[in-house]
Design a protein around this ligand. Sequence first.
Ligand code: CO
Length: 441
Amino acid sequence: MKKNKTQTPHLSQDNLNNEMMSFIANSPTPFHAVLNLQEILKVYQFSELKESEKWDLKQNGRYFVTKNDSSLAAFVVGNRPAQKSSFKIIGAHTDSPNLKVKPKPDKIFKNFHQLGVEVYGGVLLSTWFDRDLSLAGRVHFENKKGALQSALVDFKSAVAIIPSLAIHLNRTVNENQSINPQKELPPILLQIQDKNNDFRNILASKLSKDGYPVSKILDFELSFYDKNPPAFVGLHDDFIASARLDNLLSCFVAIKGLIASLDNKTAATKVMICQDHEEVGSCSHIGAEGPFLPSILERICFDRESFHQSIKNSIMISSDNAHGVHPNYAEKYDENHGPILNAGPVIKINANQRYATNSETASLFAKLCEDLKVPYQRFVVRADMGCGSTIGPLTSANVGLKVVDVGVPTFAMHSIRELCGGKDSVFLAEVFKSFYSREDL
Ligand code: CO
């Protein structure tokens, strides 16, 4: 721990957190998150580029590009000629662990209509029981003219639930609970009146109601989510409880930092990248192991030679949440490296390169915090435990960038309802703004 723990952030805490909570509530899937990020960028005159078209970039120009509707990069071109450019990058991920509807999901038992699900990423399964679940994602369909079309869909209301088994029927549940996802997780959608009404029909009528000219549903990527919106929690509203804090918090704070830095025109090109598929290993055409970021950086430079020179002078902050010390499980943390909620962003370090931080990049982040008088902390996992990872090491290895892995401390990572401190998001936004604004680091 550094500095004074009761220090308050300079940016308006209530505004940032309220906006963040509404962003997360309106972003049940990476598709919705990317759409909402675009809306924010358009307000600040960022214009959209297509990967398939020639880019004609202007100095200080503001641009964004999306991939698969679920990854997004935004950038502000620097003052310097592109061949002498460097990049200041903040990266995060748009996806969160969840239950995804299977392609042929219908399961009927005793007139209950349930949907088969796949587990996406490292879901904390027990937290998904007895929640008011809604359903959202992307649907592809044939329209009335016979052409392919896609749409985002969000049922918004609580259309399903996974009820627990009563304790009377499982007396030992509190001693040893294990959950079989294939058997125990299919949410109950409804009690059947019409046996011919399968899930694809239900989806088609939902899309028609939303105004889409659906002739036939062809495929979909749909996820269940908790309808309960984010909330301040604690006697003095110290905490924020919400789904998807990992890692929509970082996406939102990164875009806030970028926008807050727009008045400071810098030599370096500012880049914000939010990518899908981190929770399943990042190995996809839209994930951090794919070509999305390096191809963008290369296109901002004139040629391959200036790209290589620029990468050498560039740095990335990889932002993803960290594990705060849980008072009931203090033995799970190293006694000197357990971050506290509301005590500032965390620099994440791992000797085995599960985090890409090194002493050079850690000190740059520390310097940014010190100069702002923002408190910061360091996390190292216990030496007898394995360590999670982020997009940091993958991007670093893939692109050749120097990276520091950071994030706000949280509880209950990968629960359907995670917890963070209300101050840390604002501290992190201040650091991001400064990172994008300063010329000397
Ligand atoms: Co994460």
